[in-house]
Design a protein around this ligand. Structure first.
Ligand SMILES: CC(=O)CC(=O)SCCNC(=O)CCNC(=O)[C@H](O)C(C)(C)COP(=O)(O)OP(=O)(O)OC[C@H]1O[C@@H](n2cnc3c(N)ncnc32)[C@H](O)[C@@H]1OP(=O)(O)O
Length: 442
């Protein structure tokens, strides 16, 4: 080491450098605002407003006023350019100490869980002791961009030095320049919407309409029952008058859902507004820490985050469905954890579309998928449906993209805390052909 490389302050330390050690990562708490339908009660709320409400809900519940956490990590799928580091803006607008560092995360619908895993890894490696992680999304306040031609003129106008230069540039403006670029719920590389992609997958896996409607009705019924039982009382902060997820219809039945018209896949399609998630607004946040931090703050541990995995599929050149990456991520994660698909008390599979959940379950049960796609002699396994999304999921709650990970982690951590022991599996599909999964244990 040259003298210039020595740590400031003079002598190099004599003590042995510490090797990074894996520490247990505790889920200490979770909070979200009720989810709302697009252009509903949160139509005038921004991503910052909603995520700050979710974070400040944790601050109130766990007495974190002026607390400097190790990090806040969060993101949004759709966000304005003013929110370039949305997480940091949320810290500065919250009641946490402004000295809490913050990082922005983006992995489409995997954003919330990816933010949680990022901070969990830092806690495990001894880099931080506590964190809040989560996500937010609004389809009501989606950013509209000016089109490229107008942008070029405006940028040049900003640096024009003379009146003549400005007038010349203004003379280039055409009526078509004012047409904004509206964000599309579509894959940039295929131009197909998430629903159209899911419909192709539903056809290739032969997913029946009646099974999709049954799954959607169950999601509504279970979420309504969980609200009635008070399950969400300490997981939710009311926001703008909402105390429950606005999309929830506890009286949903497969029969009623069976009457809705197809919205994806043409007139013969099986996917409807009832068995697809609605466009939604909302935010969620999760408090993670070491066991020592939790103990020092006199906070009980709900559950531990023990494993996570990501996977991606080539939906552009290959035959694989856009939202099928969890079918690969889960078996990989099970192998790393030394577990089988049956070794869980709860399964939280994000319901982007009922058909997508059913296609994933079918892939895990399929010997050909196991052999040809996973290189396994046996299928991954079958899930006991009684343990799947026991308190409802995205079809009923709604799906503000980046907020779904925190909703699921909070729900599962509380389920495990109530049970007192056990293990839960989380699986989330994401745009871009990606998937992220995790295991929580108590
Ligand atoms: C992004 C990622 O990274 C990964 C992912 O998660 S992919 C998933 C991303 N999310 C999406 O793509 C969102 C997809 N959803 C949509 O685009 C829209 O919600 C949609 C096109 C499916 C429907 O939109 P819409 O037509 O505005 O729905 P909406 O008007 O609310 O409902 C249509 C009808 O169904 C009815 N309906 C909906 N849910 C019902 C239920 N549970 N029970 C009974 N009826 C129901 C409504 O009452 C309505 O009936 P009327 O026409 O008689 O009023």
């Amino acid at each position: 080491m040259t003298s210039a490389e020595k740590p400031s302050g003079g002598k190099a330390r004599s003590s042995k450098p510490k090797a990074p050690t894996a520490r247990r990562v505790a889920i200490v708490g979770a909070n979200r605002i009720p989810f709302a339908r697009s252009n509903g009660p949160y139509a005038n709320a921004s991503n910052q407003d909603m995520l700050t409400a979710a974070v400040d809900g944790l601050v109130s519940r766990y007495a974190l006023q002026d607390e400097a956490l190790g990090e806040v990590a969060a993101g949004a799928v759709l966000k304005h350019s003013r929110d370039f580091n949305l997480a940091r803006e949320v810290v500065l607008g919250s009641r946490l100490a402004p000295t809490t560092p913050a990082a922005d995360v983006q992995m489409a619908c995997g954003t919330g869980l990816q933010a949680i895993v990022n901070t969990a890894n830092k806690i495990a490696l001894g880099q931080i002791d506590s964190a809040i992680a989560g996500g937010v999304d609004t389809t009501s306040d989606a950013p509209l961009a000016v089109n490229d031609d107008l942008r070029r003129v405006l940028v040049k106008l900003n640096s024009a030095k003379t009146v003549g230069q400005r007038l010349k540039l203004l003379g280039k403006l055409r009526p078509g320049h004012i047409v904004p670029e509206i964000p599309q719920n579509a894959e940039p590389r295929t131009g197909l919407s998430m629903g159209e992609h899911a419909s192709l997958t539903a056809n290739s896996w032969d997913i029946q309409r009646a099974d999709q409607d049954e799954l959607a009705a169950t999601s509504h019924q279970r979420l309504a029952a969980a609200y009635d039982a008070g399950f969400f009382d300490d997981l939710l902060t009311p926001f703008l008058g909402q105390t429950r997820d606005q999309n929830l219809r506890g009286d949903s039945t497969a029969e009623k859902l069976g009457k809705l018209k197809p919205v994806f896949g043409g007139p013969e399609g099986t996917m409807t507004a009832g068995n697809s998630t609605p466009l939604s607004d909302g935010a969620s946040a999760v408090l993670l820490a070491t066991e020592e931090w939790a103990k020092a703050h006199k906070l009980p541990v709900l559950a531990y985050l023990t494993f996570s995995q990501t996977a991606a599929v080539d939906y552009v050149h290959g035959e694989e469905g856009l939202l099928m990456a969890p079918a690969y991520a889960v078996p990989r994660m099970l192998d790393r954890a030394g577990l089988t698909l049956g070794d869980f008390d709860f399964y939280e599979i994000h319901e982007a579309f009922a058909s997508q959940v059913l296609a994933t379950l079918k892939a895990w049960e399929d010997p050909t998928f196991a052999k040809e796609k996973l290189g396994r002699d046996e299928p991954v396994g079958t899930i006991d449906r009684a343990k799947l999304n026991v308190n409802g999921s995205s079809l009923a709650a709604g799906h503000p993209f980046a907020a779904t990970g925190g909703r699921i982690v909070g729900t599962l951590a509380k389920l495990l805390a109530e049970k007192g022991s056990g293990r839960g599996l989380i699986s989330i599909c994401a745009a871009g052909g990606q998937g992220i999964t995790a295991i929580l244990e108590k």
